[in-house]
Design a protein around this ligand. Structure first.
Ligand code: M6R
Length: 614
């Protein structure tokens, strides 16, 4: 949540910062701001409510010269989205500007203390206390900014990624992190700061991922210096960025979400590449091979995740239990971390997260660590916090996902879980060779089958206008298609703002059936494999109550088509891989309904891509 970007170097900072904010806007977009130190030593700050475009408009007639600056796009936690609460925040003497992502938990106590000492606050944010505390420490101890920052941070409780500039030290930029991600980019005689790599990738592929409790000091003409909060020097590890500019641009699509839906055949090929070996009928996942004994001796697997990743986890449970016969429990990270769960030291805790930064999932892992469990991560963002917190894991290789609604990251998570289940099944000998060969060969065919489904996009887009009247939707599925129903409902609600619920189809008669009338659209995933006859009965029950049925069926289906109002076909596949196909029309349906309703699908209201606060 919140996007942070900083620049110091020979170029004009403002264009780099504004472009960076646009790239980071998916992290939060209720207000934006920029601070620049101009050539004459003036510190200029401009802030607006709303999107980065508003800030750009504001800057059009302002002096935005200067080769050092920081900028921020906000997702409000403390204080409503308005100009006063927008970042950067200024210190008492108007010389230090600071931007922040995270939450300062002891901000009230710090604020009271600083107010009692004569410092003035003009916002409702928790952030303002950091910059005022730094100023206070500088004033009272007569020390420099560089010395004051670690002292201030030692008094702060909570999570932060911050970037700071000082009017009196225009050749210095400082960044620090604890609990929220931060990256420093190193170019030729220049430094960049980003809350992720997207604002940096255009300029350099050399980055340092700051670790917990590290402070980066960037000084013009000097090498990057990194210390911990005790001012102990740390040699920064410079890594090569693995994303390209092309991956974070729309490439001719109207929205990132649509682009990402269309990328799925390729992202799945990427996620399986080098791991799936149809010629040998095998899957090779180094995270499993290297920790074979741990997995073979595991009492059970607990998967922690949130949102869409939680839906992928549920599909993973079905796959792992069916194919590898290991008991799996799926937990909402936010519940797991606070309810004193039973965790054994022979449990394996898997965290699934697109961003690798979700605060609740990170906390769930930290809890599991204290109980001695083996920690495994399934993440998309390379170098993010969860992969660094876990003992082992595997990346999903979906590439940068910019649309707030997760699409390609979800299918890459599911395919990675399929690989994991198949790999465990081989090690445990829980399926025979013929079955394994068949499943491996079919998994290889999934990307082509998704390509086929995408060709029907136009039919789905033509259906979308019919449903703009709807205020509610129900999504039903059984077995592997139950989590798909949950995911389909989540996609619709988050981007179209139409209320939608997913249910196991058989649960309908235990309550939700009361909602059915001639106005209610019911999306039923009724593919042939699985409990087909049972779901046909469920559809009949809806039909006889005049519900409007949109079904997802297997190619060549007759029975469900006959009783549905609208149907979309998907190719046949193995039952355990159906979610990889049945989810695609639901992504498209949500997308087109949201577009028809005029929503901003990439940046839906109130949401942010990376939920780094609990
Ligand atoms: O980065 P993560 O996978 O940990 O994020 C989890 C959820 O916040 C995320 O899936 C969210 O539900 C998406 N908006 C769903 O589209």
């Amino acid at each position: 949540m919140c996007g942070i970007v900083g620049y110091m170097g020979p170029k004009e900072a403002a264009p780099i910062l504004i472009k960076g904010l646009h790239r980071l806007e998916y992290r939060g977009y209720d207000s934006a701001g920029i601070a620049l130190i101009n050539g004459n030593g003036k510190l200029s700050i401009y802030k607006t409510k709303g999107k980065v475009a508003n800030l750009e408009k504001l800057l059009s007639d302002k002096d935005v010269s200067g080769c050092v600056g920081i900028a921020h796009t906000r997702w409000a936690t403390h204080g409503e989205p308005n100009e006063a609460n927008a970042h950067p925040h200024l210190s008492e003497h108007n010389n230090i500007a600071l931007i922040h992502n995270g939450i300062i938990e002891n901000y009230k106590a710090l604020k009271e203390e600083l107010v009692s000492k004569g410092y003035h606050f003009y916002s409702d944010t928790d952030t303002e206390v950091i910059v005022q505390l730094i100023q206070y420490i500088m004033d009272t101890h007569k020390i420099s900014l560089t010395e004051a920052v670690p002292q201030a941070l030692a008094n702060v409780i909570g999570a932060y990624a911050i970037a700071i500039i000082d009017k009196d030290n225009p050749d210095v930029m400082i960044a620090a992190r604890k609990g929220s991600p931060l990256i420093v980019g190193i170019g030729k005689d220049e430094f960049f700061i980003g809350s992720d790599a997207t604002p940096i990738v255009e300029y350099t592929d050399k980055v340092v991922y700051l670790e917990e409790g590290q402070i980066a000091l960037m000084e013009r003409g000097k090498e990057l210096q990194v210390t911990d909060l005790n001012k102990i020097n740390i040699s920064p590890v410079v890594k090569k960025l693995e994303i390209s500019l092309e991956e974070i641009e729309k490439g001719g699509f109207a929205d990132f979400m649509l682009k990402e839906i269309y990328e799925q055949p390729q992202t799945l090929r990427n996620s399986m590449s080098g791991r799936l070996h149809p010629d040998l009928g095998e899957v090779r996942l180094s995270g499993i091979i290297d920790n074979k004994e741990k997995f073979l001796n595991a009492r059970r697997i607990i998967i922690c995740a949130c949102g869409t990743s939680w839906h992928a986890a549920l599909i993973g449970k079905y796959m792992i239990e069916e194919i590898a016969r290991i008991p799996v429990e799926v937990e909402y990270s936010s519940e797991f971390r606070y309810r004193n769960p039973v965790i054994y030291d022979d449990d394996i805790v898997i965290a699934i997260s697109q961003s690798g930064e979700t605060a609740d999932t990170l906390a769930a892992l930290k809890l599991a660590r204290t109980k001695g469990a083996f920690l495994f991560g399934i993440c998309n963002v390379v170098g993010s916090s969860i992969p660094r917190e876990t003992d082992s894991g595997c990346y999903t290789h979906a590439g940068p996902e910019i649309g707030v609604a997760s699409t390609k990251a979800f299918t890459a998570q599911v395919s990675t879980l399929a690989l994991l289940a198949l790999s465990l099944a081989k090690e445990k000998g829980t399926i025979d060779d013929a079955t394994r060969l068949r499943l491996v060969a079919e998994l290889q065919r999934i990307p082509d089958k998704i390509e086929k489904i995408l060709k029907h996009d136009r039919n789905i887009s033509m259906l979308a206008p019919i449903f703009t009247y709807a205020r509610n939707f129900i999504y039903l599925g059984r077995g592997y298609n139950y989590p798909v129903a949950l995911e389909g409902a989540l996609k619709l609600k988050e981007i179209s703002y139409i209320h939608a619920e997913g249910y196991p189809a058989a649960e309908m008669k235990h309550g939700p059936i009361a909602l059915i009338d001639e106005e209610l659209p019911v999306v039923v995933i009724a593919t042939r494999k699985g409990k087909y006859d049972k779901i046909v009965s469920n559809i009949q029950e809806i039909k006889s109550r005049k519900g409007k049925i949109i079904s997802i069926v297997t190619e060549g289906d007759v029975d469900v088509r006959k009783i549905s109002d609208w149907s979309f076909e998907i190719p046949d596949t193995e039952e355990c891989f159906v979610p990889l196909l049945s989810t695609i029309p639901l992504q498209l349906l949500a997308y087109h309904i949201a577009v028809v309703k005029g929503r901003n699908v990439d940046q839906p209201r109130n949401l942010a891509k990376s939920v780094t606060v609990e």
